[in-house]
Write a protein that binds this ligand. Structure first.
Ligand SMILES: *Cc1c(COP(=O)(O)O)cnc(C)c1O
Length: 370
């Protein structure tokens, strides 16, 4: 009797705990990318192609060798070696996690957090801001110029005045598709003591990589299997930096955070680099076709070094929201960026298969033909 009374007070108590949600999290809208059920989904920058059948077969065959009763290899030794081989670094210079978002979260737990601040250029990847806030840091933003290049004077001013602990660079940048210039890394290193994160989620489509520079204790390069590697479902990403930096990330991560199946999938995927390169080439070709077609319809399109394209969607009385809706009505889902800071009027389309791109272009032709 007494026990059940105590339990019921506890239950009431735990309801009240909701009001104890940290204020910065209570104030957040959360990640919002509507998943509308339409035939052509070009809204989240995944690869339109399934991974090679021989990859899937190899993974299925090896699943029976997994020691299911044991925790996974805590340091993901084979996977880190395979990634290190690909990039010509040492395995101790590789950190792996559940998607590059978890890599970013680990960096932000280690180097951001309460009482610290993070600097981003906007428009940029929304999750940099979101994860920085969830993990307690204050976020400072520098507005990009009208052509979406980084305003370097404003960037340097912010580095000096805000003295951030973590600075994000994204190249190629999402959602604009532009590569940021490499010397921004040097600017950030010289003008601040911050850890400089170079988010290279789309590097395989890009023009340069921070991996071609000597590694630096304060520079962390992040990559993902989600986009180029056709493995968004697996949630696998990694960071490359010096051993000292990488050690600090292992210390921060939960023990056994990366399951055995994912480690295996990553090792096997890296055996299919030729297939991956072919897919990247095919997507780039489609991207360039899509850009020139959109321009021929009179759209303003940002040049892209990624697997997506940002375009200004306004025609006559139609604004971006109505064009987005008209695309959905025709079975095509793109990302409506119009409510994001600095992006009013802009939509982002992921490059799909040739058939999907035809569906998108056909719909856009009708919609823009007022
Ligand atoms: C998609 C994306 C990621 C996230 O990748 P995951 O590995 O799927 O978590 C990271 N950074 C940028 C800029 C992205 O666009």
């Amino acid at each position: 009797m007494r026990l059940s009374r105590r339990l019921s007070t506890l239950r009431v108590g735990s309801l009240n705990n909701v009001t104890r949600l940290r204020e910065n999290i209570a104030a957040m809208p959360g990640y919002h990318s509507p998943q509308v059920d339409v035939p052509v989904r070009l809204n989240t920058n995944e690869s339109p192609f399934a991974p090679p059948a021989s990859f899937v077969n190899a993974l299925v065959a090896q699943l029976s060798d997994v020691s299911w009763n044991r925790y996974p290899d805590r340091k993901a030794t084979r996977l880190c070696s395979a990634i290190a081989d690909r990039h010509g670094v040492s395995p101790s210079e590789v950190f792996v996690a559940n998607g590059s978002n978890e890599v970013l979260q680990t960096i932000l737990i280690a180097y951001g957090g309460a009482g610290r601040s993070v600097l981003v250029n906007e428009p940029g990847y929304q999750m940099h801001v979101q994860i920085a806030k969830v993990t307690g840091a204050q976020v400072h933003t520098v507005a990009r110029r009208g052509d979406f290049t980084v305003d370097e004077d404003a960037f340097v001013d912010a580095l000096r005045q805000r003295t951030p602990h973590v600075v994000f660079l994204t190249s190629p940048n999402n959602p604009t598709g532009l590569c940021d210039p490499e010397h921004l890394i040097d600017l950030a290193l010289v003008e601040s003591d911050a850890v400089v994160v170079v988010d290279e989620a789309y590097a395989e489509f890009g023009r340069w990589s921070a991996l071609d520079r000597p590694l630096h204790d304060r520079v962390v390069i992040t990559r993902t299997f989600s986009k180029t590697w056709s493995m968004a479902a697996a949630r696998l990403g990694y960071a490359i930096s010096t051993t000292a930096m990488v050690d600090s990330l292992w210390t921060t991560a939960l023990p056994y955070h990366l399951d055995s199946v994912k480690q295996l999938a990553g090792v096997l995927a890296l055996r299919f680099t030729d297939e991956m390169d072919e897919r990247v080439a095919a997507i780039k070709g489609e991207r360039d076709r899509l850009i020139s077609q959109l321009r021929s319809f009179g759209c303003v399109v940002v040049d892209s070094d990624a697997n997506f394209v940002l375009f200004e969607a306004r025609r006559g009385t139609k604004d971006a929201d109505s064009i987005w809706q008209e695309l959905v009505d025709r079975g095509v889902l793109v990302r409506n960026c119009s409510s994001w800071p600095g992006l009013e009027g802009w939509l982002r389309v992921t490059i799909g298969t040739p058939q999907e791109n035809d569906a998108f272009l056909g719909a856009m032709k009708e919609i823009t033909h007022v």
